[in-house]
Design a protein around this ligand. Structure first.
Ligand SMILES: [Fe+2]
Length: 416
């Protein structure tokens, strides 16, 4: 995130001696992207940031995937994923490919200290609240937040445990960086006037977090030869890794709440790029927020059928009412996967019903990927097998042509 922030104590001149009150030197760490050629921050540690005393294997959760083959649209009911685990090791893989993994976890348990050395994470908070302690300081989170954590940031999640509240976390893990779309930015990185949000809407740490401790474990997800090219290591640090007394720069974790996204609307239907919020390599993140819709007297506010010839589309329905999905079985907590090579759009009855509608009460988070997505173990476990046939109103007969998933699924359709 390319705008400057300074938190805590930093020396007047970078790369010069910076001592505590006893004369002890602070240890300066540059955390930078793209080989010293992109955004970076300078962090000042009390301890030596490279001092480890042990390294053990951390067995990652099940990251196996199954191709969407034979191809069809999918409906995954995330609210059927049972609560359990913690916000990091409890994540269950829903969808993934070589660029991005989407996982889901419902939890009130704190996580271990954790660092994703593979890519940035963007965790959408469907529900719940709490804090994320990072080496840059503390973030608070609440429903509707995207919690964006740069690659290799040491942190841990602390869901609120008040009144039995659970955090429902939709984790978008990239193998790349995640940032505002380039077209929203000036050539120097400022969010432009036409962007649907601005720097005031991004909330980073406000003060340093300095913890004491020795022999502190950090779970590190990194590149290797495991499923999806990932493996895990449990590093033990001689001194507490969250010991930064100050930092400054343009690289740090932050939150952005979906209610601060200002929807762009038009006289006729506006395409998904106006709803974009972030981008990573080979994928984008969009959100469809409550908004006034098209004002042409004959406009059809729900989408036209569209064939995303270059991408798979994942919608996560997190709030409101879904005009475009009536008759599909889609409800709050649902995911729809509409793969490339397949034209999709509203259930037919929704088109006529939408004419004249002036407001959509919907909230959905969309991830579009250029490479095909495969189903993770949680995705396979919570699939609604009838979804693919809801446009036609009928599917394969018993024992039909889709033995991989739902050949004997009951033919129950709410579409009319
Ligand atoms: Fe779509």
């Amino acid at each position: 995130m390319a705008y400057y922030r300074s938190v805590g104590d930093v020396p007047r001149t970078r790369h010069t001696a910076f001592r505590d009150e006893t004369g002890q030197l602070r240890y300066e760490e540059l955390m930078g992207e793209e080989g010293f050629s992109s955004d970076s921050s300078l962090l000042y540690h009390r301890g030596v940031p490279s001092a480890i005393v042990d390294s053990q294997v951390w067995e990652l959760p099940d990251l196996s995937t199954t191709p969407n083959h034979p191809i069809k649209p999918r409906h995954l009911k995330l609210h059927e994923v049972p609560a359990g685990g913690d916000p990091v090791t409890g994540r269950r893989l829903v969808l993934g490919n070589g660029d991005v993994r989407i996982s889901y976890v419902v939890t009130d348990a704190p996580s271990a200290y954790y660092r994703n050395a593979v890519g940035d994470e963007c965790v959408y908070v469907e529900d719940g609240s709490g804090t994320v302690e990072t080496s840059f300081g503390v973030l608070t989170y609440r429903a509707g937040d995207y919690v964006v954590i740069p690659r290799a940031t040491t942190h841990r999640w602390l869901p609120s445990d008040v009144d039995g509240e659970l955090s429902r976390l939709y984790a978008i893990e990239a193998n790349s960086h995640i940032s505002p779309p380039k077209r929203y930015l000036s050539r120097f990185g400022q969010l432009l006037e036409h962007a649907p949000y601005c720097e005031r809407d991004l909330f980073g740490p406000e003060e340093p977090l300095v913890e004491d401790g020795t022999d502190v474990e950090v779970l590190v997800k990194h590149r290797g030869n495991g499923p999806s090219g990932l493996v895990g290591t449990r590093l033990t640090y001689a001194t507490h890794p969250l010991d930064v007394v100050g930092w400054d720069g343009c690289l740090y974790p932050y939150t952005f709440n979906v209610e601060d996204f200002m929807p762009i609307t038009g006289k006729v239907h506006q395409p998904p790029p106006v709803h974009q919020v972030f981008e990573g390599t080979n994928f984008v993140v969009c959100n469809f927020c409550p908004r006034k819709v098209d004002y042409h007297e004959q406009s059809i506010p729900v989408p036209y059928y569209h064939s995303n010839v270059d991408s798979d589309e994942v919608m996560f329905y997190v709030g409101g009412d879904y005009e475009a999905r009536k008759g599909s079985g889609i409800d709050l907590g649902s995911i729809s996967l509409h793969p490339g090579g397949y034209a999709h759009g509203p259930q037919p009855s929704a088109i006529e019903a939408s004419i004249g509608v002036e407001y959509f009460d919907e909230l959905a988070v969309m991830v579009d990927t250029f490479r095909p997505l495969e189903l993770g173990e949680a995705g396979r476990a919570v699939e609604d097998p009838a979804y693919a046939w809801t446009w036609a109103g009928r599917g394969p007969s018993t024992g039909g042509s889709d033995p991989g998933s739902d050949g004997d699924a009951p033919a129950v359709f709410s579409n009319s």
